[in-house]
Design a binder for this molecule. Structure first.
Ligand code: HEC
Ligand code: HEC
Ligand code: HEC
Ligand code: HEC
Length: 453
């Protein structure tokens, strides 16, 4: 080996080491996202994912819902316009949670005048009231996007009065090309929000506030006329938005696209499509009209209000806060469906199913009548016995719900005994699972099943 070859080898080894130092250390995992052969793979390093999970902010401790009893906030307080339907205890629980989510350091007085909670003179209270309506709208009307994870104030605010991921229209130098400042036509700046590329740095104004077309592909093989199809500007802006979306969700393009045909629709892309319309909707319907409520120091360089983009909620994760389902615990924000009337009791020759109100074990009205046929059958068949099992809905604390299910079963047993059936012929049977597999406050879940044996 000549000295030169040796030097060459050393240089090669060093060079390779330097090059490889830029690579990520294995392992690498890839998860299939779409149909086979479409290359829709999400490539992740489990170590990076674990670090991301660990970096998710701790969610403030939660108190269980206070329950439906007691007077309503609108009857007790003076100036409640949005959350008046909540019982007072539940209203107060919402106020505590909002404080934890938005202004934990500043406390209640971030929005309230001390000693006069009804006063609306602090601007933050006016903004917060509209934010409550916005959050309800996000959970109810945009469920196609927000799903079961849902949205609370914490999704965007994370313990800060001003969320850390918001955007303003940037100041674009409007000078002529020949002046020192020049005119960059809104691009070539290597901005972080478009992945440090030279792409246009403000896709949000066009797509998340305005409704410009997000298109690259034409519908025909060849342009039919000059100027038909997407322009280079439109193409670049589309890619700029795509960079923002990928970054905000911490995913690559193949999370939403079949990269052999970017124009194909696949499920995640459909969810993202709704996300774009949703961001537009809340920016134009809720945030823009609030501009005059904010003090000047909260507005951007062009005097516009702070607005949301994909990162406001997602913050680098494909489902905000790792998909933690917080919103459903806050009726005032998730707009839990108005409580439906109880179904009629189910009566057949093999037994009955009787229904109960929220948090109640009173066998009332029509439901009590659901036992009549059973009582007459049992009187005719002196050896027949019944099995009584109580159930509860999926909302609320499990331990107190199980107690509720038991009390419901007792109420039915007592009604049978009161109707003349000997207690020995009524057996209580605790089901393996007392909780309904149905989500939320479904009236069909709050029931007692009575089976004839
Ligand atoms: C981020 C802003 C914000 C914070 C922080 C906040 N509130 Fe409120 N509060 C509101 C809004 C908005 C309303 C009006 C709700 C409505 O119209 O439905 C309200 C209304 C009230 C009312 C009803 C007053 C009346 O008579 O009309 C009470 C009581 C109240 N809050 C107590 C509290 C307490 C106690 C805290 C601290 C634990 C607190 N709030 C923290 C925004 C806030
Ligand atoms: C989709 C994201 C999002 C959600 C959800 C959200 N906010 Fe906001 N919030 C914003 C943005 C954007 C601003 C404007 C930032 C600023 O103040 O300049 C803002 C501003 C505020 C401000 C004014 C803060 C200040 O100091 O200027 C208050 C108060 C507030 N929000 C309360 C709430 C409450 C209460 C909820 C839940 C009911 C909530 N927000 C939910 C995005 C959100
Ligand atoms: C979170 C999902 C998501 C990610 C990630 C994503 N896209 Fe998209 N992409 C969409 C949606 C949704 C549209 C259509 C928008 C509309 O129609 O309003 C789209 C449109 C496009 C189009 C236009 C297709 C046509 O029909 O003309 C191209 C090209 C494209 N994306 C490329 C990319 C590239 C390159 C990346 C990675 C840097 C990427 N996308 C990342 C969701 C995504
Ligand atoms: C107001 C908050 C909010 C904003 C703003 C938002 N998202 Fe989402 N997004 C959510 C929530 C919540 C979910 C979880 C839904 C669920 O549980 O199924 C979600 C889910 C998604 C998913 C599906 C992820 C998965 O793993 O199934 C995609 C894709 C997505 N969002 C794209 C976007 C894009 C692109 C934008 C910006 C144009 C955006 N989102 C803006 C709240 C938001």
């Amino acid at each position: 080996m000549t000295v030169n070859t040796f030097r060459g080898l050393v240089a090669l080894t060093l060079g390779a080491t330097v090059l490889l130092a830029g690579c990520e250390r294995p392992p690498v995992q890839s998860t299939q996202q779409g149909f086979r052969g479409t290359g829709m793979q999400q490539v992740v390093n489990p170590r990076t994912v674990a670090a991301q999970q660990a970096a998710l902010p701790a969610v403030p401790a939660d108190t269980p819902p206070a329950g439906p009893d007691g007077p309503k906030a609108k009857d007790v307080y003076q100036n409640v316009k949005v959350l008046g339907h909540l019982p007072v205890a539940e209203f107060n629980r919402h106020m505590n949670a909002i404080t934890q989510w938005v202004s934990p350091e500043q406390g209640c007085n971030y929005c309230h005048t001390p000693n006069n909670f009804a006063d609306d003179s602090v601007y933050t209270k006016v903004v917060a009231r509209r934010m409550i309506e916005m959050t309800q709208h996000l959970n109810v009307d945009w469920k196609a996007h927000t799903g079961n994870t849902g949205v609370t104030c914490y999704t965007c605010h994370r313990g800060e009065p001003v969320p850390s991921n918001v955007w303003y229209q940037p100041l674009v130098p409007k000078g002529s090309k020949n002046t020192f400042i020049g005119n960059d036509f809104g691009q070539n700046k290597a901005m972080a929000n478009v992945g440090l590329t030279s792409l246009p740095y403000d896709p949000s104004s066009s797509y998340l506030q305005g409704a410009d077309e997000i298109r690259v592909n034409g519908l025909k093989a060849l342009p039919a006329a000059r100027g038909a199809g997407a322009s280079i500007q439109q193409t670049e802006k589309t890619y700029a938005l795509m960079m923002h979306m990928s970054q905000s969700l911490g995913v690559n393009c193949t999370f939403c696209h079949n990269s052999q045909s970017f124009a194909t629709w696949v499920p995640k892309r459909v969810t993202a499509w709704h996300g774009i319309r949703m961001a537009r909707d809340i920016n134009t319907t809720y945030l823009e009209p609030l501009t005059s409520s904010f003090p000047a120091n909260r507005l951007g360089p062009n005097g516009d209000v702070a607005k949301v983009n994909c990162a406001s909620c997602h913050q680098g994760v494909n489902k905000p806060l790792g998909g933690l389902e917080m919103a459903k615990l806050y009726e005032g924000l998730s707009g839990a469906p108005k409580l439906a009337a109880l179904p009629a009791p189910m009566v057949d020759t093999a037994g009955s199913v009787l229904y109960f109100g929220v948090g109640s074990f009173a066998l009332a009205g029509d439901q009590a009548k659901g036992l009549e046929q059973l009582v007459s059958t049992m009187s005719q068949q002196p050896t027949a016995t019944v099995m009584v099992s109580g159930y509860h809905s999926a909302t609320g604390e499990l331990a107190s719900n199980q107690e509720l299910a038991k009390q419901r079963a007792f109420a039915v047993r007592d009604a049978l005994v009161a109707a003349g059936i000997p207690a020995a012929r009524v057996k209580l049977d605790k089901p393996q699972q007392t909780e309904a597999s149905l989500g939320g406050e479904d009236p069909a879940a709050r029931r007692v099943e009575v089976k004839l044996q």
